[in-house]
Ligand binder design. Structure first.
Ligand code: ADP
Length: 249
């Protein structure tokens, strides 16, 4: 059984692709409020695990639980509604819309309540306010009217995280938030992740070990689809199996 403060849990997760086990009996607990990094060499199964946690893939066997309740049986949009949302490595931004419009669309589109099918004017005010607050949170307060297409790579990632925040998730999954960034962008993303982690749980897949070292309370190392080690960063980092498999170089 999971610890009391476990918010997201994988139990004996298996995912097979035509007999090939990309995820091999993964059991894992993410604690409420932590920043948890999932690391491992290419092909270790990080993306597959993210897809299983967020409902974009259904497990061959095993379970995913959010706040104790099974979510692996639910479609992704219902998982979002339960409080788990993810930002994609592949851009989910609409390039021909402005930054604020992207956030506004996300604030409105997947909302579950039928009366939000259309937007009364009074609600629009508060939506604009919400959009502006989110843009401030992700460091895009001065860019609301810029076209998303004109944003730098780093700014697009900021906007993507903002789009995930529109669902006010308890748990936010970030798929390689620093990919393709120079050192300045990486530093900005570190600040940004710290900012969005206030009051919520963050799980990130990350290749850059200095980012992991700066951000993560705990880490899980995957290898060949299995959990090689999991725990506090400094302990896992010193685990000889981890050093041999991954961190040695
Ligand atoms: P990582 O994100 O750690 O690089 P992935 O989860 O993308 O690893 O992939 C893990 C393994 O599963 C790889 O060997 C990959 O080729 C395989 N795999 C992932 N998705 C599929 C799929 N849809 N069909 C077949 N094999 C897949």
């Amino acid at each position: 059984p999971a610890a009391l403060d476990t918010i997201l849990e994988a139990r004996h997760l298996v995912k097979e692709f035509r007999g090939f086990r990309a995820t091999n009996d993964v059991t894992l607990g993410i604690r409420e409020g932590e920043i948890h990094a999932i690391i491992g060499p290419n092909g270790a199964g990080k993306t597959t695990l993210f897809n299983l946690l967020s409902g974009f893939l259904k497990p061959t066997s095993g379970e995913v639980r959010l706040s104790g309740e099974r979510i692996d049986t639910l479609p992704p949009h219902q998982i979002v509604r339960r409080g788990l949302s993810r930002s994609f490595q592949i851009s989910s931004v609409f390039p021909t819309m402005t930054v604020r419009e992207n956030v506004l669309v996300a604030l409105q589109s997947p909302t579950p309540l039928p009366h939000q099918f259309w937007t009364p004017l009074s609600r629009l005010d508060s939506l604009n306010d919400q959009a502006d607050r989110i843009l401030t949170d992700v460091g895009l307060a001065d860019a609301p009217t810029r076209l998303a297409a004109d944003l730098s790579h780093g700014e697009k990632r900021q906007l993507e995280i903002g789009i995930s925040l529109t669902q006010n998730p308890k748990v936010l999954l970030l798929d390689e938030p620093t990919s393709g960034m120079g050192s300045e962008g990486v530093a900005r993303v570190i600040d940004l992740v710290r900012q969005v982690a206030r009051g919520r749980t963050v799980v990130l897949v990350e290749h850059n070990m200095s980012v992991v070292a700066e951000l993560a309370n705990r880490i899980t190392v995957l290898q060949y689809g299995s959990v090689l080690a999991s725990g506090v960063y400094d302990d896992v980092r010193r685990d000889p199996r981890v050093i041999e498999a991954y961190l040695g170089d």
